[in-house]
Design a protein around this ligand. Structure first.
Ligand code: ADP
Ligand code: MG
Length: 693
C-alpha cells in the first residue's frame, strides 16, 4: 500500500526510453515492450483498467462480504492453523469488530512482522470464511501509533504482464507523471490534465463513468488518439501520392476482348469500378484505392481487368492473397481468363518446392509473366520484378493497418529503379460501416461493388439446435444425392489449430460413419500444403461431395455447385466471420441453404446474432448490427477486422467521434501542420521507432 516515492533522475524526459527510469533494467524493459511501452511517455497512455477506492477507512463492523475495503486494527492473535490447507491466520480488531487475515503462502519474516499487539492497515476483499469475515492475502503494512495518511486519489489498476507487477507499473507511471509535471512538454494543458486525472482520479469522480470509458477525460484522449491515426494515414497518403507512378493507359479494345471472352456479362457495378481504376492508373500518381465488395460480388474479375491494363503497357502486376489456398485458386481462375489473352501468370507460394518456386520467380524477373500471384512470399527477397506497376492485395481484412503499410513499403522497394511507386488496389469483403471505413482506410479512395451478379438466389438460413443434428445430417445426404455439394464447418472457441484440426478430423470420421455413400473430404490448417490443395481441387472438380473443414475455408473459396453449408457450433463465431463463411454458398444458380447448428443454451447476444444471420444476407446490414450488438468495452477482435491498434480509444465505443476526427484532421493539416505532427508523434512515435526492434 506504500506509494513509492523514488523520483526519476532530473535529466530524464518523456521521449526517453523507459530504460532511463529508476529500477528499469534490460529485462524489465523487454517485458514492458510486450505491453507496447517503449518510451517514458508511453506509460502516460497506459491507462488503468479500473480503480480501487482506498481513500477511506471502513470500520470492520460495517464491512460486508464481497466488498473491497481498507481496514485498520490491532493484531489480537497470530497462528499457523492446519485445516484443509495450512495457513497463517491473524486476528485483527478495531473497536467495531474483528476479522481474520488469512495467508496460504507466508514467510518466517511475515510471521515475525504480524505479531500480536502490532497495528496493521490492510486492503482486500472481505469474504465469509471459517472464522467469520476474512481477507485472503490482503495487501498490508504494519503501522505505528500515528497512522500515515490515506491516499487522496483512487488507486489505479493497470494492465500488466508476466513479470511486471501492479506495484511496479504504478511506480513507473507515477515517475512518468512526475516527469510530465516538471519538464516543459509539447502536451497542451488540458491534455496533461486529462492524463493526470485518469492515472489518479479524485474520489468524487464517478467510477461508473470511468469504467464505461465515457468520462470526458477518456473521451478527450480517445479523440486525440483517433486523430493521431487519422492524421498519420492522411500523411502516408500524401507522401505516396507525391511520388511518380507509371502512367498506364487503358486500351479499350483489349478490355473489350476480355469482356467478350468471359462466360458472363459484367455487372454495372463492376464496369463502374473498372472505369474508376482505369482513370486512376492513367494519371502519373500512385493509385491508392480500396475496393469494398461483399462476398461473391465479383472482385476477382475487376482485379483481372486491372492487371490487363498494366500488361497492355508492358508492366507487371502482383496479386497477393492472405492464404495459400486462395492464392492457388486465384491462379487457376486468372490463368483461365488471362492466358488466352496472352497475359502469363506465375504462382509463388511458401509451400512450393524450392526448384518450382525458383522457376516461377525467374518467369517474374525475366518479365515473361505479367501477373505474379502469391501470398506474402511474393515480397520475399528472392522475387524481383522486371517492371512492377500494380500491387493488388486481396481480402485485406486479414491484414491490419500496420501490416498493410509494411506491405506497401515492401512493394515500393520491389519496384526496380525505385523512383516510381506502384499503383495499389486493396480488396476487401469486410463490409464495415462507412464511418469506420473512412477512419481505418483514410489513406485510400473508396470504390464499392454494391451489386451482386444476377441470377443468384439469396441463401436461406436456418438456426437449429444440436438436438436436431441427425436431421441436419439427413439433409446433407439428400442434397448430395441430388448432385449438389456441401460444406460442414467445424468451429472452436480456442484459437488452436491443433485442437481445431482434431475436431474437424473427429467430425469427418463421425459423418463418414453416418453417410457411407458420400465421398467426404477434409481440410484444416494442419494439413500439408499439397494435401490441402489436392482436397480442394477434388472438391472443385466435384469428386468430393461433402467437405468437412475448419474456418480455413473462410475466405475466397469458390465452388458454385456447393449449395449447402452447415456451421457447427455457430454460436462461437462473430457475425463478420459467419457472414464470410456463408458467402461460400449461393454462388451458383441453385437455391442455397445455410444451417447454423448451435449448442443450447444460447446467450442473449448469441441468440440475437444468429437471428441477424437468419434475417439478412446483406453484409452492410450485418456489419451495422454487429456494431450494435457489441457492448461497450468489447473490442473489435483483431481476428475479425484488425482495423487499428489502439491504446485508449475503442472504434466501436467511440465511433460517434469519427466524423469529428475526420473534420478536425483536415482542418489541422491546413491550419497547424506542426500540431498535427506532434499529435501523431505522441501516440505513434514509439511504434514507428520501435516497430522493428
Ligand atoms: P468475391 O468478390 O467474393 O471475390 P469472386 O470474384 O470470387 O467474388 O466472384 C464470385 C463468383 O461470381 C465467381 O464464380 C465469379 O466467376 C462469378 N462472377 C463474377 N462476376 C460475375 C458476373 N458479372 N456475372 C456472373 N457471375 C460473376
Ligand atoms: Mg475474393
Amino acid at each position: 500500500m506504500t506509494r513509492n516515492r523514488s523520483a526519476p533522475a532530473p535529466s530524464v524526459g518523456l521521449a526517453d526510453p523507459v530504460r532511463q527510469l529508476r529500477g528499469v533494467g534490460a529485462t524489465l524493459a523487454e517485458r514492458l515492450a510486450r505491453l507496447d511501452l517503449h518510451r517514458v511517455q508511453d506509460l502516460l497512455f497506459h491507462l488503468p483498467l479500473r480503480y480501487e477506492d482506498r481513500t477511506r477507512l471502513t470500520p470492520i463492523g460495517s464491512l460486508r462480504p464481497g466488498t473491497s475495503a481498507v481496514i485498520e486494527g490491532t493484531i489480537l492473535a497470530a497462528d499457523v492453523v492446519f485445516g484443509r490447507r495450512r495457513s497463517f491466520l491473524c486476528r485483527v480488531q478495531d473497536g467495531t469488530g474483528t476479522l481474520s487475515l488469512r495467508l496460504f503462502h507466508f514467510s518466517p519474516a511475515q510471521r515475525a512482522q504480524l505479531e500480536p499487539g502490532k497495528r496493521v492497515r490492510c486492503y482486500g476483499e472481505a469474504r465469509s470464511g471459517a472464522t467469520g469475515l476474512e481477507l485472503y492475502h490482503p495487501e498490508y503494512r504494519v503501522i505505528g501509533a500515528a497512522a500515515p495518511p490515506l491516499p487522496d486519489r483512487l488507486t489505479p489498476v493497470y494492465p500488466i504482464t508476466e513479470g511486471v507487477s501492479q506495484q511496479r507499473i504504478r511506480t513507473l507511471c507515477s515517475q512518468a507523471l512526475e516527469i510530465l509535471a516538471r519538464k516543459p512538454s509539447t502536451f497542451e494543458a488540458d491534455f496533461t490534465e486529462a492524463l493526470r486525472l485518469l492515472h489518479g482520479p479524485t474520489p468524487d469522480i464517478s467510477l461508473a463513468d470511468l469504467e464505461s470509458g465515457r468520462h470526458p477525460a477518456q473521451r478527450q484522449l480517445a479523440l486525440d488518439e483517433l486523430l493521431a491515426h487519422h492524421l498519420s494515414l492522411l500523411d502516408a497518403r500524401r507522401r505516396v501520392r507525391s511520388q511518380p507512378a507509371p502512367k498506364l493507359a487503358a486500351h479499350s479494345e483489349a478490355l473489350e476482348r476480355f469482356r467478350q471472352s468471359l462466360p458472363f456479362p459484367l455487372t454495372a457495378a463492376q464496369n463502374r469500378v473498372i472505369a474508376e481504376i482505369s482513370a486512376d492508373l492513367a494519371v502519373g500518381a500512385p493509385m491508392l484505392r480500396l475496393l469494398q465488395g461483399d462476398v461473391g460480388s465479383g472482385k476477382t474479375v475487376v482485379a483481372a481487368a486491372a492487371a490487363l491494363i498494366a500488361a497492355g503497357n508492358g508492366a507487371q502486376t502482383a496479386l497477393m492473397a492472405p492464404t495459400e489456398l486462395l492464392a492457388e485458386q486465384h491462379a487457376r481462375t486468372l490463368r483461365d481468363w488471362l492466358e488466352p489473352l496472352d497475359l502469363k501468370v506465375a504462382l509463388i507460394t511458401g509451400r512450393q518446392r524450392a526448384a518450382q518456386r525458383r522457376h516461377e520467380a525467374a518467369r517474374v524477373s525475366s518479365g515473361e509473366a505479367g501477373l505474379a500471384i502469391g501470398t506474402h512470399a511474393l515480397f520475399q527477397d528472392e522475387v524481383t520484378f522486371a517492371d512492377l506497376a500494380l500491387v493488388i492485395i486481396d481480402e485485406q481484412h486479414r491484414f491490419g493497418v500496420h501490416q498493410r503499410l509494411a506491405l506497401r513499403a515492401k512493394g515500393e522497394q520491389a519496384l526496380r529503379g525505385g523512383e516510381r511507386v506502384p499503383h495499389q488496389l486493396v480488396m476487401t469483403a469486410t463490409p464495415i460501416p462507412r464511418t469506420l471505413a473512412m477512419s481505418a482506410y483514410a489513406d485510400l479512395e473508396l470504390s464499392v461493388l454494391d451489386e451482386l451478379p444476377p441470377g443468384r438466389t439469396p441463401v436461406t438460413t436456418a438456426v437449429v439446435g444440436q438436438e436436431r443434428r441427425a436431421e441436419v445430417i439427413e439433409r446433407v445426404s439428400a442434397a448430395c444425392r441430388a448432385g449438389r455439394q456441401a460444406y460442414w464447418v467445424c468451429t472452436l472457441i480456442e484459437e488452436s489449430d491443433v485442437l481445431e484440426a482434431q475436431a474437424a478430423e473427429d467430425t469427418a470420421q463421425l459423418l463418414g460413419e453416418a453417410l457411407t455413400d458420400l465421398r467426404i473430404g477434409l481440410v484444416h490448417g494442419r494439413l500439408k500444403g499439397e494435401d490441402k490443395a489436392a482436397v480442394m481441387a477434388a472438391f472443385e472438380a466435384g469428386e468430393v461431395d461433402l467437405l468437412v473443414a475448419t474456418t480455413v475455408i473462410e475466405v475466397g473459396v469458390n465452388v458454385p455447385n456447393a449449395s449447402l453449408m452447415v456451421i457447427d457450433n455457430a454460436e462461437r463465431l462473430g457475425l463478420a466471420q459467419l457472414h464470410q463463411l456463408r458467402g461460400r454458398v449461393g454462388r451458383g444458380a441453385a437455391e442455397s441453404h445455410c444451417v447454423l447448428l448451435y449448442q443450447p443454451p444460447l446467450s442473449q447476444t448469441g441468440r440475437q446474432r444468429l437471428k441477424v444471420m437468419r434475417e439478412s444476407t446483406d453484409g452492410f446490414v450485418i456489419a451495422e448490427k454487429d456494431l450494435e450488438l457489441r457492448g461497450p468495452g468489447e473490442l473489435l477482435g483483431t481476428r475479425q477486422t484488425g482495423l487499428v491498434d489502439l491504446r485508449v480509444a475503442d472504434l466501436v465505443r467511440d465511433r460517434d467521434l469519427l466524423p469529428v476526427v475526420q473534420a478536425r484532421a483536415r482542418e489541422l493539416l491546413e491550419s497547424d501542420p506542426g500540431q498535427a505532427e506532434r499529435i501523431v508523434e505522441r501516440w505513434l512515435g514509439s511504434r514507428a521507432r520501435y516497430a522493428h526492434a
